[in-house]
Every structure is written in structure tokens, then in C-alpha cells.
Design a protein around this ligand. Structure first.
Ligand code: GLN
Length: 262
């Protein structure tokens, strides 16, 4: 009898875990994000707000589901979506060839730019001046001694900057990775890095609240933001794309973007 009770208990615990531990609880859409990325996702008065948060709320509504937000490290979002821990990853996330090997992406709902933040008195007018010169094909030969670039770890800014100069990076040795964009900007203020390369909208937000910083006029890269979804969940991908199409058509997405980006 005791044995039976123990087995029954184990079964109950297992079922409970399936319902509670995994992502796909039928009526809850679990969104993984990194809420330190204004104006896409950030915390205000103890609440998650921002473009992604509002779009995800509308998508969940379209899907007749309840949205649950998990604030995690940016670098753990793709893995969590891939393992089924989260239903969607939405974090101003750029579509890249490499990420597409691990997850599917919805249709893109926004454009991103990698911008260069420097101090007002920075002697370099453009990131191109961080290089020592260019070869016959026009690619950088090397990086000026002493140049250090701050990035938010695991982002496209980090990936591009960490590649070699010949591929328009600055070399691993000249890149310092920070947990958040705000930490990278703090390092710039303290003179630990020459520049921070990060998505344009958070760059604008950081510059507006910190005196003595500016964004260089040359864009470092141009990219598309989309929602990451598990490769095996084609059904959710379709539903999310349908919802995005509907919300774009009705003007809802533009309304949200215009509210946050002036
Ligand atoms: N767009 C960048 C990326 O996808 C940064 C996103 C972020 O920091 N939330 O890597």
C-alpha cells in the first residue's frame, strides 16, 4: 500500500511538473525578455513596459492567452526558447543566420540600427577612425592602439565587434563585454572604454539620461527585430505571424511604436 501511495504521489508530482515547469501551458504565453532595453522592454513603477511588452500583450490577446513575462539574461533567451522553457523570445532581438540555426523567427516587426555612443569630447568622428587604415578591398587593416569598445554581452553589437578587423570588428582583445547596456554606458562615462556599440533606441535613451555623451552619425549596422519561437512549434509561429499581420494592418503596431519612439 505504501509503495502504491508513493507511486501515486510521484505521478502527481510529475504531472504537476509538466503543467507548471514547461512553457506550453495552453492558456499562458511565456515570453522571455531582458527588461533593460528601453524603449523595447524596461521596468517602470515595478511593471514591465515598452514596445515589445505592449505588442506581446496584444499578440497574447489575439491568441486568447495570458502573457507571462520572464526577465532573464539576454544570452539565455535563445537557449530557453530552444529547450521549450519559454514560448517566445522577444527582446529587440535581431534575426541572424546563427540564431536561425537554433530557433525560428516571426516576421520582423521593427528595424534596428547598431549605433556608436562616445563622449562629447571624443576625438574620433566615426567608428571608421578607430581603424589604422584600409586594405585594397576597403576593409580595415587594424585597430588604433588603445581603442576599447564596450558592448552588451551576447548581443549583435558584441558579435560584430568581437570579429576581426578584416570583417569590420575590433578583435576580441579590444572588446569589453558588460551584462547590460547601462553597465557598458557607465564604463564609457568612467573612461574605461572609447565607445559603446549598441542598438540605436536604447542608445538614445542612455544618452538622454547621461550628460556628456553623444551618438555618432555613422551607423555601425542595420538589422531586423523579430520574435524567436521554438523550431518544432510551427503552429505557434503561424499564429504569431497571423497576429502580427493583423496588428500591423490595423495600425496597432505603429501606434505602439509611435508612443515610445518620437
Ligand atoms: N538587437 C540586439 C541583438 O539582438 C540587442 C538586443 C538586446 O540587447 N535586447 O542582439
Amino acid at each position: 500500500m505504501k509503495k502504491l501511495l508513493a507511486i501515486a504521489l510521484m505521478l502527481i508530482m510529475l504531472v504537476g511538473c509538466f503543467a507548471g515547469c514547461g512553457a506550453s501551458n495552453d492558456d499562458t504565453l511565456i515570453m522571455a525578455t531582458n527588461a533593460a532595453f528601453p524603449p523595447y522592454e524596461y521596468v517602470e513603477n515595478g511593471e514591465y513596459v515598452g514596445i515589445d511588452v505592449e505588442i506581446a500583450t496584444l499578440i497574447a490577446k489575439e491568441l486568447d492567452m495570458k502573457l507571462e513575462i520572464k526577465d532573464v539574461e539576454f544570452g539565455s533567451i535563445i537557449g530557453g526558447v530552444q529547450s521549450g522553457k519559454y514560448d517566445i523570445g522577444m527582446a529587440g532581438m535581431t534575426v541572424t543566420e546563427d540564431r536561425l540555426k537554433s530557433v525560428n523567427f516571426s516576421t520582423s516587426y521593427a528595424n534596428g540600427i547598431q549605433s556608436v555612443i562616445v563622449k562629447n569630447d571624443c576625438p574620433y568622428a566615426s567608428y571608421e577612425d578607430f581603424y589604422t587604415g584600409f586594405d585594397a578591398d576597403g576593409n580595415p587593416k587594424g585597430v588604433v592602439e588603445g581603442i576599447k569598445i564596450g558592448v552588451q554581452q551576447d548581443t549583435t553589437g558584441d558579435i560584430y565587434c568581437s570579429s576581426v578587423p578584416a570583417e569590420w570588428g575590433f578583435g576580441e582583445e579590444n572588446v569589453i563585454r558588460y551584462k547590460t547596456g547601462a553597465d557598458a554606458v557607465q564604463a564609457l562615462i568612467e573612461g574605461k572604454v572609447t565607445a559603446v556599440i549598441i542598438d540605436n533606441e536604447p542608445a538614445k535613451a542612455f544618452v538622454s539620461v547621461n550628460e556628456g555623451l553623444k551618438i555618432q552619425s555613422t551607423e555601425f549596422a542595420n538589422e531586423d527585430y523579430a520574435i524567436a519561437i521554438n523550431k518544432d512549434n510551427e503552429e505557434l509561429l503561424k499564429k504569431v505571424n497571423d497576429a502580427l499581420a493583423k496588428l500591423t494592418e490595423s495600425g496597432e503596431i505603429k501606434k505602439i511604436v509611435d508612443k515610445y519612439i518620437k
